[in-house]
Design a protein around this ligand. Structure first.
Ligand SMILES: [Zn+2]
Length: 305
């Protein structure tokens, strides 16, 4: 959003996605607290932010797994009055101000994730009942839902929900269960997001280039020997280019050439761009003239267990 003009057509979609991501993140932490504070007596494993692939890639906010069953939790933390619709699967949010926005239906998403997880187990010759539950992170949320088998819970109700699930004879023996837990850990793939410009159909030429001032947010810091200088507020920075280079990878994806770097950071000299690229841990591919650099986008993401 900082790199688009304020009237750009993609802004509303980006703003709504940003709000949804912020909301999901706060919500997952609420559920983590419940799992941390509750001692389950049965054998189990808990995985957060799990990304797996079966017939398609899918992401699970929280997976609770036992030798008897698996539960996939989808966490929502969206303020306002919520309505989940069935035929056009959507989550509609109405704020007190009257503003209405649409999100993906958590129920449709869970049903699809449960199906994909069943496939994942099946391809490993395992079979377990797979349940799904939507968790509303904060008790002040109100929600209206069509008739569905998928429960909608507040975090405090999660332990009771889990205790009530049937645990007659275990379906997996000890060895298979331990093996399953280690397969889940090793199958996790860091989620590689599609380039923003591709996802939101933004033309490359609509993206404003330049290094953004960490002080005042104005775009187009000027390079000088010691680093970067803002022409608007006079702030200097030694490493403001790092954020810009990361922006480039998030926006366009793929490999960055020296020329791409020069254009995006607005520097003239090839050697300067080379030095800036070298200041970051990027992988390089190709020989001198065709060399491009790539970035592991989620390498610094906080790993949760
Ligand atoms: Zn500034």
């Amino acid at each position: 959003m900082r790199r688009l003009l304020s009237h750009h057509a993609a802004i509303p979609a980006l703003r709504s996605k940003h709000a949804a991501v912020q909301a999901g993140f706060g919500g997952e932490q609420e559920l983590d607290k419940v799992f941390e504070g509750y001692a389950f007596t049965m054998k189990h494993g808990i995985f957060h932010d799990l990304s797996l692939a079966s017939s398609a890639y899918f992401q699970v906010d929280t997976l609770f797994i036992t030798p008897w069953y698996a539960v996939l939790f989808e966490v929502k933390n969206i303020a306002g009055e919520l309505t989940v619709t069935e035929n056009l699967p959507q989550l509609i949010r109405t704020l007190d101000s009257g503003q209405v926005s649409g999100f993906k239906s958590p129920i449709a998403q869970l049903e699809s994730n449960c199906e994909l997880f069943r496939d994942w187990l099946y391809s490993r010759n395992m079979s377990l009942p797979v349940y799904g539950a939507v968790v509303l992170a904060y008790a002040r949320q109100r929600i209206e839902v069509f008739d569905t088998k998928i429960p909608i819970l507040f975090p405090s109700a999660v332990p009771t929900f889990i205790r009530k699930l049937p645990t007659t004879s275990p379906l997996l023996d000890d060895k298979t269960f331990v093996d399953l837990l280690s397969q889940l850990s090793s199958s996790h793939r860091d989620f590689i997001p599609s380039p923003i410009c591709e996802t939101y159909s933004i033309r490359r030429s609509d993206i404003r280039t330049g290094v953004i001032c960490p002080g005042c947010g104005v775009i187009g810091m000027e390079k000088y020997n010691g680093g970067w200088r803002c022409l608007a507020c006079a702030k200097t920075s030694r490493d403001a280019h790092k954020r810009a280079i990361r922006d480039w990878f998030l926006l366009f994806g793929g490999g960055m050439s020296n020329k791409d770097c020069r254009e995006f950071l607005r520097v003239n000299r090839q050697q300067t761009a080379h030095r800036l690229i070298m200041s970051m841990q990027l992988k390089s591919e190709g020989t001198y003239r065709n060399r491009v650099y790539t970035m592991e986008l989620l390498s610094e993401r906080k790993k949760r267990t």
